[in-house]
Design a protein around this ligand. Structure first.
Ligand SMILES: [Cu+2]
Length: 358
């Protein structure tokens, strides 16, 4: 185990030990967070918080372009926390905790060796304490302690992207499991110095499970179910923040063309469930488990385990017209809990590869 892993686990344990430990240390932050938690419980049941009507579904194509430079640079990056109510299924609303108003949070893209001045902003309209732990960071808590920020304030860190790969970031306050289950995670891509191979399209997806008192698809406002979370029995398991969000049926499928190569970035926020990521009707021609891009890819992988708190990068060839369904192959999640995303591949059939019988 590296020093940074030890530190991160230590912080997680301390944080899980709760707000009391923080107050004993002479910080008002813990008390405040606990009081705010109590308020949250009351507010969550209210049907119309400040940002009602927003949609948290991250557009899988809206990500920074590949890096083509051969030298390190300095970045100034600010992420704003948004606590917002959004549709989790048609007619069903849920109070999300988000980075940048979307699930997963914005994909950050830098090159190994770059430095990043990063600011986490928690606007005054929010209710809860938040922070960020990036797995791309050498440092205590992955930055979590240094970025713990109350509503109406902002905190900054500076870090070097010292090692390459595709890494999750997530909120890491004492109630971090609830925050992550409510959408508060995203990913940062640290490209190797040589960059990534050319592909025609890239898509960015995030999986997390949501625990609610109300059954799947119940109309109206859902309340968070803490007990169900501890039992690890979610109501929803989602890609990009809503049931079947990226499908033809819901009007937001991903699109590509025959002959293209696509790269899919998946981050599994969890907080608890392993994803068994599979492209129905295709295969991961090149696969980087754990987003560990410094390694050679595995070839022709069917179903890739993606741990909570980790990522996956996979590439597909598209030899013929089809609709590829991206699923967690724990299929009850697909059939009963809203987990599905589709890539519609337009173009010609190729009967030499596949044809249906008469
Ligand atoms: Cu948070």
């Amino acid at each position: 185990m590296t020093t940074s892993e030890t530190d991160r686990r230590g912080f997680l344990r301390a944080a899980a030990g709760s707000a009391l430990a923080l107050t004993v240390g002479g910080m008002t932050i813990g008390l405040f967070a606990r009081a705010e938690e109590a308020k949250r419980g009351a507010r969550q049941a209210e049907p119309q918080p400040a940002r009602a009507g927003a949609v948290v579904i991250a557009d899988p194509s809206r990500i920074p372009p590949p890096i083509r430079r051969g030298h390190p640079v300095h970045h100034e990056i600010t992420l704003e926390v948004e606590e917002i109510v959004s549709e989790i299924a048609p007619g069903a609303r849920f109070r999300f905790q988000t980075f940048g108003g979307q699930v997963p949070g914005p994909m950050l893209r830098v090159r190994r060796g770059d430095t990043i001045a990063f600011t986490l902003k928690n606007p005054a309209r929010n209710v809860l304490l938040h922070s960020i732990d990036m797995h791309a960071i050498y440092g205590t808590g992955g930055g979590a302690a240094a970025t713990a920020v109350l509503p109406g304030s902002a905190k900054s860190i500076v870090f070097k992207a010292a090692y390459p790969g595709f890494f999750i970031y997530h909120c890491a306050v004492p109630e971090m499991d609830m925050h992550i289950a409510s959408g508060m995670y995203g990913a940062i891509l640290v490209e190797p110095e040589r960059g990534l191979a050319h592909v025609d399209r890239e898509f960015y997806l995030g999986q997390n499970e949501v625990y609610t008192v109300e059954p799947f698809g119940t109309k109206g406002q859902h309340k968070f179910d803490q007990d169900a979370m501890v039992r690890e029995q979610p109501t929803y398991v989602l890609l990009n923040g809503a049931a079947n969000a990226l499908t033809v049926e819901r009007g937001r499928p991903m699109r590509a063309k025959v002959g293209e190569t696509v790269r899919v970035f998946l981050v599994n926020g969890g907080p608890n469930l392993l994803s068994s990521f599979h492209p129905i009707g295709n295969v991961w021609s090149r696969a980087w488990p754990q987003g560990a891009l410094a390694n050679r890819p595995l070839r022709y992988v069917q179903t890739q385990p993606v741990a909570p708190g980790s990522t996956f990068v996979g590439e597909m060839e598209l030899p013929l017209a089809e609709t590829i369904k991206l699923v967690d192959h724990a299929l009850s999640r697909v059939l009963h809990q809203g987990l599905l995303a589709e890539i519609v591949v337009a173009g010609k059939d190729d009967p030499s590869i596949f044809k249906a019988g008469r």
